[in-house]
Design a protein around this ligand. Structure first.
Ligand SMILES: *Cc1c(COP(=O)(O)O)cnc(C)c1O
Length: 871
C-alpha cells in the first residue's frame, strides 16, 4: 500500500505513545505522569520578550552557542545568523501558539498547493510583521553592526520562477495577516531558480545552492516522514463485504520529509505554516542488487530518490514534459494529501465531513493529481463507494487557472502515467468515463463536444489534459483578472461553461501584499503615508490610502513625495553602478521593465523602441536634445535556459546598451541598463524607483501580472497594453494616470490571420529599426537573425508590428507629461492613493468567502477564551 505514515506513533514519555488526539490530551497525560510537570513547563516556557535587551541577550547567546563564535570573529554574516535565530525563536513561539489554537478550535482549514513559493528574504519581513524592526535595529547597532548590512547577508529563498510563485508568497502573507487557518504545501528544492550572470551580454546560468549555509527559516520535521510509491501494479480483490476493490502493490518507496516554514502575519500573533517536502531514499538496501553484487545499482536507486526534489524547473508559462517533473508533482501531492487526511482524522469526524473541514486550492494545474490521489484514498483505502468519494473530492478542490498560452497547458502521456502511477491512470480513465457519460446524457450524440471536453486527448500516444481534469474535479474554477476570467470562459473552457453553467467559473483578481511591496521595500514612502494618515491602519486596510487624495495639491506634501521617489531612484542608481558599472543620472526618467523574459511580454518591442529613440536623438540638434526628457531604460529578468529566442533578446538589450551608453554625442539623454539576476530582493530595490514601468504584453496573453500592481502602489506610472490587471488598474486610477496603447484582445486573432495569409506590411518605423540592426550597428547582425525572423517568417505572432506605432505615440505622451513635474507628482500620488483594490488581503477575503468558506481564527481570542474556560 502506498502513503503509509511513519512517525505517527513516536513514544514521547515512558508510558504513552503519541496518538495525535489533540494537544490538550497530551497535556493531561503529562500531568498524570508527574503532577508538578506542568509547573516546570510554565516556568521554563520561552519568554516572549521583544525589547532591545532580550534581543541582545539572545543574539549574544546565539553567537556563542549556536554559531560557536565570539566577539573576536563575528562578521556581518554571523550577525545576520544570530539575528535570524533570535527572530526564529520568536516565530516558533507564535507558530506553536497558532497551531495549538487551531487544533483546539478545529476549524475548516484551507490548504494552498503551490509547486512554487517565491518568498525572497525573510529577516526584514519577519522583523516588520512582528513589529520588532526598531527595537532590534537599535539592539544590533549597539552591538556594533548596521542593520542594513545584516539584512543584506541573507540569500533569497527563490523556490519559484516569477509571478505564480510570488503570488503564492503574497497570499501566504495575507492568510497569516487575516488570521485564516491556512497551510501552504510545496517542495523544498535543493536548487532554487538559477542565478543569472552575463557573459559578453549573453545569459549564463549558475546553480542556486541556497541551502549552502543553514537555513534558519525552516523547522526540519524529521519525524514527519511519508512513504511515496512509484510503479508497481494493480490487482483486484473481494473485501469482507463482498465488494470488488482495487489494490495497488509493489513499486519503489521514496520518503517525503517535512520542513516547515513559519509565515508570520502583520500586526497579529498568528503565524501560519508552509510545509515543504524533501525527498530522501528509504533506508533499506536493495537486497536483490546487493546479492547480485551490483553495489552501484543499489546506490543509484537511492540517489534517484534524492533527485526528485533536487531542482525547480526553470520554465515560466511553458510546459516541458520531463518525467522527473511529473514525479515531483505526484511526490508532492501524495505527501501533502496523506498529511491533510491524517490531520482530518484527528478530528474523529465522519469522512463525509471532509469538505466541511478541508478546502484545497490548486495553484495552476501542477497539483491536479491531488484530485486523483484523494479519490484513490477514499475508494481504495477508506472503502467508500465511487460516487460518495467523488462528491467529497469535488467539494474539496478548487482550481486557479493562470494562463491561456497553448504552450503552457500541461498534458502528460498516458503510457508514462501508466507505468509510474498505474492505479491513478485507471482512476483518471474512470473519472473521464463517468464525466463523459453525464455529458452524453445532457447532449446526446454530440461527439465533437465529447472529444473537446474529454480529459484524454485521443492522439497517439494519448495524453491526459490536466486542466480538464482540474475543472472536472473541482467545484470552483477561477481566473486571475477580469479579462482573463472572461477569456477562459469564452475560449479554452467554453464547452465546460456550457456543461457546468456559469456559477462554477469565477474571477479572483490577483493582489500583492502591501507589507512587503510598500512597507518593507519603500520605508520612506511608508513613513510619509503613516505620518499623513496618522497611523498604520492602511497596512491592514489598503483602501485607506484613498485619504492621500486630500493632499494632492498640498505643495509641501508633493515636495516630500517627490523627494522620496528621488531617494529611491538614487538608491537604484547606486545599485546599478555596483552591479553593472554603468553610471545613470537619477534625475532622468526611470523607465523599467523587469519580469521573466518571454516573447509574449515583448521586451523585444521595448528594446526596438529604444533603438528608434536613439536614432532620433542622434539626428537632433543640440538645442532639440536639450529639450528632450533624458531617460534611463532599465531591463531585468531571467530567460528559461532552453528558450533560445528569449536569450537573444537579452543579448540584443546588452548590445544596444553597449553602443548607446558609450555614445557621447547624445549627451546623457539615453542610458540602457540590464540588471542581472532579477529576483525578489532585487525587485525590492527596483520597484520603488520607477517613474514609468512597462507591462506591454500582447492583449489577452498576460493573465494578470502582479508587478504592474507593485509599481503603481509605489507611485510609478504604467505604460501598458489593454491586458490583464492593467485594465482594472486603469479603472481604479483613471485615464490621466496611465498610458495605455495597442490593439485590444478581441482583435488579436484577426491580426494573426492577416499576418499569415494576407502579406501584411510591416510598420515602417519598425522596419527602419530592424534595418539598423541588420546593418551591424549593434554588433554582428548574424546573431540576431533568428530573433528578427520571429517578425518575418514567424508571422509576428505577438503582433509587435501592429502595436509599434501606438507604442511610440504613447512613449511621446510619457515624455510630454514628464516635463510637467508638478502634474507628474500629482499623478504619482493618485496612483498610490487609488491602489486599495490590489492588496492580496482583498483577494484572499474573496477566496475565503466565495470559494473556501473559511473563517478567521485569531490566536489571541482563542487563548483568552481558553483562559476563561480554565478559570
Ligand atoms: C512580482 C514578481 C514577478 C511577476 O512580474 P510580472 O511583471 O507580473 O510578470 C516576477 N518576478 C519577481 C521577482 C517578482 O517579484
Amino acid at each position: 500500500m502506498s502513503a503509509a505514515i511513519v512517525g505517527s506513533d513516536v513514544p514521547i514519555g515512558p508510558h504513552h505513545k503519541r496518538t495525535f488526539t489533540g494537544f490538550r490530551d497530551l497535556k493531561k497525560e503529562i500531568a498524570k505522569w508527574n503532577p508538578k510537570a506542568l509547573d516546570l513547563w510554565e516556568k521554563f516556557a520561552v519568554p516572549e520578550n521583544d525589547d532591545k535587551e532580550s534581543f541582545q541577550s539572545s543574539f549574544v547567546r546565539h553567537v556563542t552557542s549556536t554559531l560557536a563564535r565570539s566577539v573576536y570573529n563575528i562578521d556581518n554574516f554571523s550577525a545576520y545568523q544570530a539575528t535570524a535565530h533570535t527572530v526564529r525563536d520568536r516565530l516558533i513561539k507564535r507558530w506553536n501558539d497558532t497551531q495549538q489554537a487551531h487544533a483546539e478550535v478545529g476549524p475548516k482549514r484551507v490548504y494552498y498547493l503551490s509547486l512554487e513559493f517565491l518568498l525572497g528574504r525573510s529577516l526584514d519581513n519577519a522583523l516588520l510583521n512582528l513589529g520588532l524592526k526598531e527595537s532590534y535595529g537599535e539592539g544590533v547597532e549597539d552591538l556594533g553592526f548596521r542593520m542594513e548590512d545584516v539584512l543584506d547577508q541573507e540569500v533569497d529563498a527563490a523556490l519559484g520562477n516569477g509571478g505564480l510563485g510570488r503570488l503564492a508568497a503574497c497570499y501566504m502573507d495575507s492568510l497569516a495577516t487575516l488570521d485564516y487557518p491556512a497551510w501552504g504545501y510545496g517542495l523544498r528544492y535543493t536548487y532554487g531558480i538559477f542565478q543569472q550572470r552575463l557573459n559578453d551580454g549573453f545569459q549564463v546560468e549558475f546553480p542556486d545552492y541556497w541551502l549552502n549555509f543553514d537555513n534558519p527559516w525552516e523547522l526540519p520535521r524529521l519525524d514527519v516522514v511519508i512513504d511515496i510509491y512509484f510503479g508497481g501494479s494493480v490487482s483486484k480483490y473481494t473485501d469482507n463485504n463482498g465488494r470488488v476493490r482495487a489494490i495497488w502493490e509493489g513499486g519503489e518507496p521514496i520518503q517525503a520529509v517535512a520542513y516547515d516554514v513559519p509565515i508570520p502575519g502583520y500586526g497579529t500573533k498568528n503565524c501560519i505554516n508552509i510545509r515543504l517536502w524533501s525527498s530522501k531514499p528509504k533506508r533499506k538496501f536493495d537486497l536483490k542488487h546487493f546479492n547480485e553484487g551490483q553495489y552501484e545499482k543499489a546506490v543509484q536507486a537511492q540517489m534517484e530518490a534524492e533527485n526528485i526534489t533536487a531542482v525547480l524547473y526553470p520554465n515560466d508559462n511553458h510546459m516541458v514534459g520531463k518525467e522527473l517533473r511529473l514525479k515531483q508533482q505526484y511526490f508532492w501531492v501524495a505527501a501533502s494529501l496523506a498529511d491533510i487526511v491524517r490531520r482530518f482524522k484527528k478530528s474523529e469526524k465522519p469522512i463525509s465531513d471532509f469538505p466541511k473541514q478541508v478546502a484545497i486550492q490548486l495553484n495552476d494545474t501542477h497539483p491536479t493529481l491531488a484530485i486523483v490521489e484523494l479519490q484513490r484514498i477514499l475508494v481504495d483505502v477508506e472503502g467508500l463507494e465511487w460516487d460518495d468519494a467523488w462528491d467529497i473530492v469535488t467539494d474539496t478542490f478548487a482550481f486557479t487557472n493562470h494562463t491561456i498560452l497553448p504552450e503552457a497547458m500541461e498534458k502528460w502521456p498516458v503510457p508514462v502515467l501508466t507505468y509510474l502511477l498505474p492505479r491513478h491512470m485507471q482512476i483518471i480513465f474512470d473519472i473521464n468515463l463517468f464525466f463523459l457519460q453525464s455529458v452524453e446524457k445532457k447532449y446526446p450524440d454530440d461527439r465533437d463536444l465529447l472529444a473537446r471536453l474529454s480529459i484524454i486527448e485521443e492522439s497517439s500516444p494519448q495524453f491526459v489534459r490536466m486542466a480538464h481534469l482540474a475543472i472536472v474535479g473541482s467545484h470552483r474554477v477561477n481566473g486571475v483578472a477580469e479579462l482573463h476570467s472572461n477569456l477562459i470562459k469564452t475560449t479554452i473552457f467554453k464547452d465546460f461553461v456550457k456543461f457546468f453553467g456559469q456559477e462554477k467559473f469565477q474571477n479572483k483578481t490577483n493582489g500583492i501584499t502591501p507589507r512587503r511591496w510598500l512597507h518593507q521595500a519603500n520605508p520612506k514612502l511608508s513613513d510619509l503615508i503613516t505620518e499623513k494618515l496618522g497611523n498604520k491602519d492602511w497596512l491592514k486596510d489598503l483602501f485607506k490610502l484613498k485619504q492621500l487624495e486630500k493632499y494632492v495639491d498640498d505643495p509641501d506634501f508633493k515636495k516630500r513625495w517627490v523627494a522620496v521617489k528621488g531617494s529611491n531612484k538614487a538608491r537604484l542608481a547606486d545599485y546599478i553602478k555596483k552591479q553593472t558599472g554603468i553610471s545613470v543620472n537619477s534625475n532622468a526618467l526611470f523607465d523599467i521593465q523587469v519580469k521573466r523574459i518571454h516573447e509574449y511580454k515583448r521586451q523585444f518591442m521595448n528594446i526596438l523602441s529604444v533603438i528608434h529613440r536613439y536614432n532620433l536623438l542622434k539626428k537632433m540638434t543640440p538645442k532639440q536634445r536639450k529639450e528632450t526628457v533624458p531617460r534611463v531604460v532599465i531591463f531585468g529578468g531571467k530567460a528559461a535556459p532552453g528558450y533560445y529566442i528569449a536569450k537573444l533578446v537579452i543579448k540584443l538589450i546588452n548590445s544596444v546598451a553597449d553602443v548607446v551608453n558609450k555614445d557621447l554625442s547624445i549627451e546623457d539623454t539615453l542610458k540602457v541598463v540590464f540588471i542581472p539576476d532579477y529576483n525578489v530582493s532585487v525587485a525590492e530595490i527596483i520597484v520603488p524607483a520607477s517613474d514609468i514601468s512597462q507591462h506591454i504584453s500582447t492583449a489577452g496573453t498576460e493573465a494578470s501580472g502582479t508587478s504592474n500592481m507593485k509599481f503603481v502602489l509605489n507611485g510609478g506610472l504604467i505604460l501598458g497594453t489593454v491586458d490583464g490587471a492593467n485594465i482594472e488598474i486603469h479603472e481604479e486610477i483613471g485615464d490621466e494616470n496611465i498610458f495605455m496603447f495597442g490593439n485590444l484582445a478581441d482583435k488579436v486573432e484577426d491580426l494573426r490571420h492577416a499576418h499569415r495569409y494576407r502579406n501584411k506590411q510591416m510598420d515602417p518605423a519598425l522596419k527602419a529599426v530592424l534595418d539598423d540592426i541588420e546593418s551591424g550597428h549593434f554588433g554582428d547582425p548574424r546573431i540576431f537573425v533568428p530573433l528578427i525572423n520571429t517578425l518575418t517568417i514567424g508571422k509576428d505572432y505577438y503582433l509587435l508590428s501592429d502595436d509599434f506605432g501606438s507604442y511610440l505615440r504613447a512613449q511621446d505622451m510619457v515624455d510630454e507629461a514628464y516635463k510637467d513635474k508638478d502634474e507628474w507628482a500629482k499623478k504619482s500620488i493618485l496612483c498610490t492613493a487609488r491602489m486599495g483594490k490590489f492588496s492580496s488581503d482583498r483577494a484572499i477575503k474573496e477566496y475565503a468567502e466565495s470559494i473556501w468558506n473559511v473563517e478567521p481564527i485569531p490566536v489571541e481570542e482563542v487563548r483568552e477564551h481558553k483562559l476563561h474556560e480554565f478559570s
